[in-house]
Ligand binder design. Structure first.
Ligand code: DX5
Ligand code: ZN
Length: 218
């Protein structure tokens, strides 16, 4: 069994105290800091951009995983890389130049990935299996934390795992939306290697225990 990594999403943290949030993520045993970037256009919500990523970079040595929910990500991906991102992912349906954006990220020495909302098919990813380092499957519609996990995502993960196994190169499989210690085993068994969790971690009385349960689900 592959090691499961947990990526707490700071979307559910106290926006008045983000530096402390990323420090906490490490203390609680989180592996990656998931940063949800929303533009109010691709999704009906606004969060933060490159300056926040750059600011948080100083407070943690954990990888920063930037999930861009913005239109025309090709215009901004390099600036997220320069701000200190370790992974930059975006939604292919938001981009006019998917390959160009992926190439820009790679050229910066940063891992690149694509994200699929629940209604977007895996076939959208196929043309990019030669370049992506990560595939992020949304198990809720991107835009807000605290939504309910969509059960059909399990089957999509299984199909995604098969597709990625056939790619002949290492591509990480990440799941995001409604993930908690309760469904961690199901999504990990279906092939997810990185589990994003916002509410489950940040509203927990004991976040360390929640992260531990998500990692050692067997
Ligand atoms: C939703 C974001 C998620 C969100 C997950 O658009 O991409 O990363 O923070 O939050 P939970 O775990 O609360 O569903
Ligand atoms: Zn996300």
């Amino acid at each position: 069994m592959n090691k499961i990594l947990v990526a707490p999403s700071i979307l559910s943290a106290d926006f008045g105290n983000m530096a402390q949030a990323v420090i906490n993520v490490k203390e609680w045993g989180g592996d990656i800091v998931h940063c949800d970037v929303m533009d109010g256009v691709f999704v009906p919500n606004l969060t933060f951009g490159m300056p926040m990523v750059q600011a948080l970079r100083k407070y943690t040595d954990l990888p920063l995983d930037c999930h861009l929910m913005i239109i025309e990500p090709e215009k901004y991906v390099e600036r997220f890389c320069d701000a200190g991102a370790d992974y930059v992912t975006f939604h292919p349906d938001a981009s006019k130049d998917v390959r160009g954006a992926l190439e820009k990220i790679k050229a910066k020495g940063v891992k690149c990935g694509l994200v699929l909302n629940p209604d977007k098919p895996l076939s959208m990813i196929e043309p990019y299996l030669d370049i992506i380092d990560m595939l992020l499957i949304m198990s809720v519609y991107a835009g807000f934390g605290g939504q309910k996990f969509i059960e059909e995502s399990i089957k999509k993960l299984e199909d995604a795992k098969k597709m990625l196994d056939g790619a002949g190169r290492e591509i990480l499989l990440e799941i995001d939306g409604g993930i908690s210690e309760k469904n961690a085993k199901a999504v990990a068994d279906a092939g997810a290697q990185i589990l994003v969790a916002g509410n489950a971690v940040f509203t927990a009385e004991n976040p360390e225990s929640i992260i531990k349960q998500m990692k050692n689900y067997t």
